[in-house]
Design a binder for this molecule. Structure first.
Ligand code: SF4
Length: 468
């Protein structure tokens, strides 16, 4: 007899990774068009939790208009004689995994960024109430995490109530993150790995260290440790740090081995503190993405909720697509906002001295962690709209990347032949790229931070080529 026989749709791991397109959705809960939304776990005393209770505050799914998006808060209150508040982050992150087990239901992201869709087919089969979704969560929490003795779940869709609870949840996430700050990577001999996102990004393995928060921003090193302890067979596991192979880039033998094993050989080398060469893999639910801007030799960072286009004309979704799926893409780095508060934030690439553009909202959130002599030199969407304006801004502000421009100009000058003509001096780059692969004579040659100058550029269509 199935544990889920009273649920109108199927529930199981086979539904993980199921995507629900707009045209197939009954309703959207949270998501980009809704400002206030959250999922939040609290550990409570045993006498304050009514085991199995599911409460709905506001309209239920059956009362919602087809095709519309609604605010949603999910509050999971858990209790157990050995359950500690330190496990709240772990409990909260399980919501993502468990909801994705439901046939016809999609859950993305975390905390204040949640985005869910219920498919029309699942709705037609009878999945028309949060009561069922609460039951699934209840059963999975109780069976997967026996440390939880009682759990009650509340779904809040009343917009006023979501609005009221949202800032309180934000404060709680911040308090949790603040507790995890301070510890250094060198001070521990174990890191933690997470493969919860492999349903969407098969070769992705998060490596969670004290100074590198998980990509989703929902699991700190402390959460990783707690999760691996209470559920050693779960998606979060310990990684023996092993030998320090490269202190600057953040390469550890134990990390390489663990990632190779858990990605089934797809990824065998990870550098934790850089976006170049062997960057950490990017899943699909990273909070932000750092992207290299070769024209200024600096990084832009854009977060998921930024609505416009970034300084290079691309939106978050386009940049995220360029790196998501568990890949290591040179010059791109999917990451959490909390990682930007770490001393190891892109440390091998010169950290904040290399960041040239940020959405204003993100800048405000991490302002206290940006060195005082750089903070005003980083542009936002309010300062510049394109790369030319960015260049002017960086020059005016004397951003630290200028030193790279000067060094490069000096190198070009030194490399130029003494008899260079005026015509040659006027050459402009015809291609710039963080990484440019070239195939030649059976070899793959990769140029890093490349700028290619040409005296003459010949453009011929492939059709012409075939004719000749
Ligand atoms: S982003 Fe990383 S830590 Fe977060 S759920 Fe996915 S794999 Fe786990």
């Amino acid at each position: 007899m199935s544990m889920f026989e009273d649920i109108p749709v199927d529930v199981g791991v086979i539904y993980e990774g199921e995507r629900i397109r707009r045209k197939d959705m009954q309703v959207e809960l949270g998501g980009p068009s809704i400002k206030e939304k959250f999922e939040w776990a609290k550990v409570k005393p045993l006498d304050q939790v009514e085991d199995g209770k599911v409460t709905i505050i506001g309209p239920d799914i059956k009362d919602m208009t087809e095709g519309q998006a609604y605010p949603l808060g999910i509050l999971v209150e858990a209790a157990g004689s050995t359950l500690e508040p330190a496990l709240e982050g772990v409990i909260e992150r399980r919501i993502h995994g468990y909801l994705n087990f439901i046939e016809g239901f999609m859950h993305l992201n975390q905390r204040y960024d949640i985005w869910m869709r219920l498919g029309k087919k699942a709705f037609q089969k009878g999945l028309n109430s949060f009561e069922y979704i609460g039951k699934v969560l209840y059963k999975l929490f109780k069976s997967e995490l026996p440390i939880i003795e009682k759990v009650q779940i509340t779904f809040i869709t009343d917009p006023a109530k979501v609005k009221e609870m949202y800032p309180v949840a934000l404060e709680d996430y911040e308090a949790r993150d603040a507790k995890a700050r301070g510890l250094k990577d060198e001070e521990v001999d174990k890191f933690y790995g997470c493969v919860l996102c492999q349903s969407f990004a098969p070769s992705h393995v998060c490596v969670i260290t004290p100074q590198r928060y998980s990509n989703c921003g929902a699991i700190s090193w402390f959460d990783g440790r707690a999760s691996a302890q209470i559920d050693p067979k779960g998606p979060v596991f310990a990684i023996e740090r092993g030998e320090l192979l490269n202190a600057e880039k953040g390469e550890f033998s134990g990390v390489n081995e663990a990632v190779k094993k858990r990605s089934l050989g797809d990824v065998d080398r990870v550098w934790l503190y850089t976006a170049f060469d062997h960057p950490h893999t990017s899943c699909g639910c990273f909070e932000a993405v750092a992207f290299y801007i070769p024209e200024v030799e600096g990084f832009g960072v854009v977060n998921r909720s930024f609505k416009g286009v970034t300084v290079n004309g691309l939106a978050f979704s386009t940049l995220a697509d360029s790196t998501a799926g568990g890949r290591q893409v040179d010059g791109f780095h999917g990451m959490s906002i909390e990682y930007m508060r770490s001393k190891k934030f892109l440390a091998a690439d010169d950290g904040w001295n290399r960041v040239v553009w940020l959405p204003k909202e993100v800048k405000e959130r991490v302002k206290d962690f940006i060195p005082a002599d750089v903070v005003d030199k980083i542009a936002t969407e309010e300062d510049v709209q394109n790369i030319d304006e960015l260049k002017t801004f960086l020059k005016e502000k004397k951003h630290p990347v200028l030193a790279r421009w000067e060094a490069e100009a000096a190198a070009v000058e030194a490399a130029a032949p003494a008899e260079a003509t005026a015509e040659e001096g006027a050459m402009i780059p015809v291609a710039t790229a963080a990484s440019l692969p070239i195939m030649a004579a059976g070899f793959k040659i990769i140029l890093k931070d490349a700028k290619i100058y040409a005296k003459k550029v010949i453009i011929r269509s492939m059709k012409d080529e075939k004719k000749t």
